[in-house]
Design a protein around this ligand. Structure first.
Ligand SMILES: [Zn+2]
Ligand SMILES: [Zn+2]
Length: 94
């Protein structure tokens, strides 16, 4: 064929974030938070339940998620990876 549009470059998440950042801020390198991080959780039956699933696909049990450590307990702001203090309220990360 040779006329297919190459979509592979759109699978690069950092490229997409960078593109969003340029739109939102007018400059490169700004990283908007476009989705909340939800960690996978292990079910009692041993199945790893992906972060976007609420129930175990193997046994149907509800996924028990503890509050994520990436979220500020005071104001609910999401921490960036290396943040020690909350950028919104100044609370220390737990
Ligand atoms: Zn299960
Ligand atoms: Zn906070």
């Amino acid at each position: 064929m040779g006329s297919n549009i190459d979509l592979r470059k759109y699978q690069d998440v950092s490229a997409i974030e960078d593109a969003f950042g340029k739109i939102l801020s007018g400059k490169s390198g700004y990283k908007p938070i476009i989705e909340r991080r939800v960690d996978p959780v292990k079910c009692e039956c041993g199945t790893i339940i992906p972060g976007d699933k609420k129930f175990c696909p193997t046994c149907g049990k509800k996924a028990e998620r503890k509050p994520t450590s990436t979220k500020c307990v005071k104001c609910g702001n999401f921490f960036e990876e290396n943040d020690v203090f909350c950028g919104e309220c100044g609370a220390k990360r737990e």
